[in-house]
Design a protein around this ligand. Structure first.
Ligand code: 5GP
Length: 202
């Protein structure tokens, strides 16, 4: 299985306001990135964190998806405590810088499960949403469509059952990405309910 080491962060990381911290997880290819972008388009008070990665840029990527760095730079940032969480996934490092949302915005993270567990350690009130594919066949098709090589597709599919099992344990909500607009609106309704609860805690 390709999931590797990850850091253990147990301390609470203070934020200036009291934003919601929403963590979108789900197997590679499920459409987290697309749903996250659509959420940003429809919700003016959501701020998406930009991750660092040591993964090479895909031919289908523009270069703005991540801060693409080499391993030495990433490891230097770990040593400087610049990440809220980080994890090794299929041989590459991925990490969320300490969040700096504009005042009044809620925080959206789009990460894998090891990172989500660390975020819950830092922010126990964080809300984890697991995005599921309608079927494994569709997941494979999406992985191929985005330009992953055959061996990467098989590697990623092989870790999906474990990612899903871990994800189910962490998630407060499960949303099936059968259709981007529908799944996005389901998540927007979840956010609306959470914001109402924050305004009027019961
Ligand atoms: P990909 O290589 O397909 O862009 O991403 C691989 C996995 O890493 C995806 O599940 C993605 O959500 C996750 N990921 C992206 N950024 C981060 C991050 O900052 N931290 C962690 N832990 N995972 C991340």
């Amino acid at each position: 299985m390709g999931l590797g080491r990850s850091s253990a962060l147990n301390s609470f990381v203070p934020l200036s306001a009291e934003p919601l911290v929403v963590v979108l997880i789900g197997p590679g290819g499920v459409g987290k990135g697309t749903v996250a972008q659509r959420l940003l388009e429809l919700d003016d008070h959501l701020w998406l964190s930009r991750s660092w990665t040591t993964r090479p840029k895909r031919s289908t990527e523009h270069g703005t998806e991540y801060i693409f760095v080499d391993r030495a730079s990433f490891e230097a940032a770990i040593d400087d405590d610049r990440f809220l969480e980080w994890a090794e996934f299929h041989g590459n490092l991925y990490g969320t810088p300490l969040p700096t949302p504009p005042e009044g915005d809620d925080v959206l993270l789009e990460i894998e499960v090891q990172g989500a567990a660390q975020v819950l350690d830092a922010y126990p009130d964080a809300v984890v949403i697991l995005l599921l594919p309608p079927s494994m066949g569709q997941l494979e098709e999406r992985l191929r469509r985005r330009g992953d090589e055959d061996q990467h597709v098989s590697m990623r599919l092989s870790s999906t059952p474990e990612e899903l099992a871990k994800g189910q344990k962490l998630a407060s909500y499960v949303v099936v990405n059968d259709e981007i607009e529908r799944a996005t609106h389901e998540i927007l309704s979840i956010l609306e309910r959470l914001r109402q609860l924050r305004r009027h805690p019961s």
